[in-house]
Ligand binder design. Structure first.
Ligand SMILES: C[S@@+](CC[C@H](N)C(=O)[O-])C[C@H]1O[C@@H](n2cnc3c(N)ncnc32)[C@H](O)[C@@H]1O
Length: 276
């Protein structure tokens, strides 16, 4: 990978110590095949049925329309609990979304190093970070509050469930998906983020000219992502020059670990085409 492909980096100003870490590399024999029409239809059917959502379909959870007490009156949301009148969360989030501020989304922020830093650097922008691990979401919320960030919303929703219900089409300026889980095993493939309906969702929510920014340390998953996105009529081919529009940013925790261990990282930038 060339430095250009890696994207702009600046001397990191970590928000957190990057050590210790428990990452492992996993199996690297990720394989994929071009989708047949049958496979494509199967993936759409699974998506429609809400299969593969991490933690299951939130509509089946008891009290799904209530926020946890710890999340009340903080920049935390669950899409099914936007009307929970015990807190200001839903109303303030909707007001922020109705503003003209450019919106960036990170899906699967893990420890949050990237999005916390990005929200700190760009106070004029609005950010939403999704992380299905509630404990990690809660920690990132605490860190955002410690940094006095008023432009970052955190959710532990599966982004695939939340984004279609929360965001107006064309509202998003950038989507960052950094080191998504590859879900190697055949029976877990349905949990994998990138599939044709997910790329449809990204195309719908990004504004024309908006950017999808992806990094992975799994070469085969990167190839699959590139294949799915570049075969979508809504996106242009990967273009490393788009890195300049994202600008300097900190590595994620996983990325830092890859750099420490001399492991390659594949980076992709796809621009949302204007509507015809
Ligand atoms: C391999 S980790 C990478 C974390 C972080 N981006 C980094 O680079 O250090 C992938 C993260 O995505 C989260 N995740 C997976 N699928 C998700 C989804 N559909 N919506 C939101 N978060 C998701 C996982 O819980 C996990 O924390």
């Amino acid at each position: 990978m060339t430095p250009e492909e890696r994207g702009p980096q600046e001397e990191p100003r970590p928000i957190l110590d990057y050590q210790p870490t428990s990452f492992s590399q996993g199996r690297m024999d990720f394989t994929w095949e071009e989708l047949t029409e049958e496979e494509r239809q199967r993936l759409y059917a699974l998506w429609e049925a809400g299969k593969g959502l991490i933690g299951g379909d939130p509509r089946r959870r008891p009290q799904a329309d209530r926020l946890p007490d710890w999340g009340l009156n903080r920049r935390f949301f669950r899409t099914l609990a936007l009307d929970d009148a015990r807190g200001w969360n839903g109303a303030r989030l909707q007001a922020d979304l109705a503003s003209e501020r450019p919106l960036e989304i990170e899906i699967g922020f893990g420890r949050g190093d990237f999005i916390l830093d990005r929200a700190r650097r760009h106070p004029e922008r609005l950010f939403i970070g999704y992380e299905v691990r509630t404990k990690a979401a809660r920690l990132a919320l605490q860190r955002a509050e410690r940094l006095e960030l008023e432009n970052l919303w955190i959710s532990d929703d599966d982004a695939r469930f939340s984004m279609p219900r929360l965001l107006p089409d064309g509202r998003v300026e950038m989507v960052h998906i950094l080191f998504p889980d590859p879900w190697w095993k055949r029976q877990h493939k349905v949990k994998r983020l990138f599939s044709p309906p997910f790329v449809d969702l990204l195309a719908a929510k990004l504004r024309p000219g908006g950017i999808l920014h992806v990094k992975t340390d799994v070469e085969g998953y990167g190839e699959l992502i590139r294949y799915l996105v570049e075969h979508h009529p809504g996106f242009r081919a990967h273009d490393p020059r788009l890195a300049a529009r994202i600008g300097p940013h900190l590595p994620t925790h996983r990325e830092h670990w890859c750099h420490e261990h001399g492991l390659p990282v594949w980076v992709y930038y796809f621009e949302r085409r204007p509507e015809p």
